[in-house]
Design a protein around this ligand. Structure first.
Ligand code: ATP
Length: 373
């Protein structure tokens, strides 16, 4: 982990949170968080940190964080800080910048995410039993009001349980259950959405089953939802991941199953995936299936598979979408036709025939055009 060659003479710099957890688990970390015991902004401004070989990129006064560039890397250094949740479910208010390391780790979500490692000495600092919980693969919140303060921690727990194969510890599980029976929906759904994306883009059926069976979905959608029969993980592997196409919205195949996502701040593209699903008509022919699904994302089609009609979606994804006509505008011009709107109608006519008889060759297609002009 010490890929950042920091020479910490202050002895007040610590790796904290996920990076320490991941090192103890022997896995690669997604990002590196560093905390300075005290005010990190003053420290960076005044100290001869790294022999002055760094550049300050950005300062965030209210949170006491500073982004620096050194050794070719951007690194965020946070001040130790304590926080309170004045408005439950929303971002906390910083009450003190430059508190003790212990106070800083006590504001965190799970014991396994509350570990620190001294950069100067390599010593692991564990105020809350995180090392033991890591060994036992347990996710334990730090105090009984944790989920009330910040319900996104329930989704973070789900995400970590899937990523690391951990289980909620008994009291944490009970408190989660209790919170989910009495949710305060006045919460920051932007953060909820971020956790949903991170959890379900992992493409895990196990996460989805927990999400539904433990009623975690109630954070997002108040009506009752049953676990669908389909294994979404397998569907996504077969139709999205293997095609190598835009895997950003895998999460919407899972969460879209809830039907009502009005609480989440969705982008236009995300909203389109859901609106398209609601607008799918009853189909009367394979041609109609083709023309409708052709304009839609595979996420929408998978939602249709899971919630409406598996046979139709499967027919499109396995068979219909591969059908392409071979003639093009040039061929029609060569046949003496002038480019016009009519071309579209001709192509549709040929496509309809080709869907009925996929073995049609280009010559057959040309012949069919001749028959109608
Ligand atoms: P990842 O590998 O997903 O980045 P991480 O643990 O580093 O995991 P981050 O979201 O980057 O996750 O958060 C960094 C640290 O900040 C966490 O390890 C945890 O200590 C703390 N943290 C993050 N979100 C919360 C939260 N909602 N409540 C309390 N502490 C949090």
């Amino acid at each position: 982990m010490n890929i950042l060659k920091i020479n910490d003479t202050s002895n007040k710099l610590y790796y904290v949170g996920g990076v320490v957890r991941d090192e103890l688990l022997g896995i690669e970390s997604l990002d590196v968080d560093i905390t300075y015991v005290g005010n990190a902004i003053d420290f960076v401004k005044n100290n001869d940190f790294n022999d002055g070989q760094f550049e300050i990129l950005q300062i965030n006064e209210p949170f006491g964080t500073v982004r620096i560039l050194f050794d070719g890397q951007e690194v965020d250094i946070a001040s130790t800080r304590s926080e309170i949740y004045e408005k439950k479910g929303h971002l906390p208010t910083v009450t003190k910048i430059g508190c003790s390391l212990k106070e800083d780790v006590l504001r965190r979500d799970f014991t396994v995410n509350a570990l620190a490692k001294s950069i100067a000495t390599g010593e692991i600092v564990d105020y809350v039993g995180g090392v033991e919980d890591l060994k036992n693969k347990k996710l334990r919140i730090l105090h009984d009001k944790s989920f009330i303060d910040d319900p996104t921690r329930i989704l973070r727990g789900l995400k970590f349980s899937v990523r690391f194969g951990f289980e909620l510890e008994e009291n944490t599980k009970n408190l989660q259950e209790k919170y989910l029976k009495n949710i305060n929906h006045d919460m920051c759904y932007k953060r909820v959405k971020k956790e949903l994306i991170e959890t379900f883009n992992l493409n895990s059926q196990a996460a989805f089953e927990k999400f539904i069976n433990e009623k975690i979905y109630k954070l997002v959608c108040e009506k009752n939802v049953e676990l669908p029969n389909e294994n979404i993980e397998n569907l996504v592997k077969k139709y999205i991941i293997s095609s190598g196409k835009n895997p950003q919205n895998i999460w919407l195949v899972y969460v879209g199953v809830l039907g009502d996502l009005s609480k989440l701040p969705l982008t236009k593209n995300e909203q389109k995936i859901l609106n398209d699903f609601s607008s799918i008509p009853e189909f009367k022919s394979d041609f109609e299936i083709y023309k409708t699904f052709e304009k839609m994302s595979v996420e929408t089609i998978l939602l249709y598979w899971i919630l409406k009609d598996k046979k139709i979606a499967q027919k499109y994804l396995d068979k219909l979408f591969k059908i392409k006509i071979e003639i093009n505008g040039n061929d029609l011009v060569k046949m003496g036709l002038k480019p016009s709107k009519k071309f579209g109608e001709i192509f549709d006519y040929i496509l309809e025939k080709k869907i009925e008889t996929p073995t049609l060759t280009k010559n057959d297609e040309i012949k069919l055009v001749r028959d109608i002009i």
